[in-house]
Design a protein. Structure first.
Length: 94
């Protein structure tokens, strides 16, 4: 018996793939809200946060909109630019 690849598993288990996507969407949205909240508390614009984090403004905007979920390195760069611990961005994620 051969093991199914992740792509094959997703095709066969449509419900699983759909629920995983929904979970990722919820996580991205929740993380984006946390970044927006912390950015506003810091009194920064998206452009200012992007500059401090050495990121493109459009990328930070997509993170805040919940359309992009950053990897751990980028999440840490955002936290550092906001002068907060990374745990402040992930503490209350949905």
């Amino acid at each position: 018996m051969t093991e199914a690849s992740p792509t094959q598993s997703s095709k066969r288990g449509g419900q699983l793939a759909k629920s995983e996507q929904t979970g990722n969407d919820l996580l991205a949205t929740s993380f984006g809200r946390a970044v927006t909240h912390q950015r506003e508390l810091a009194g920064l614009s998206i452009a200012e946060l992007a500059r401090k984090a050495s990121m493109q403004r459009a990328y930070v905007w997509r993170v805040e909109q919940g359309t992009t979920l950053p990897n751990l390195r980028n999440a840490a760069r955002l936290a550092l630019a906001l002068n907060i611990p990374l745990t402040a961005l992930v503490a209350n994620l949905d």
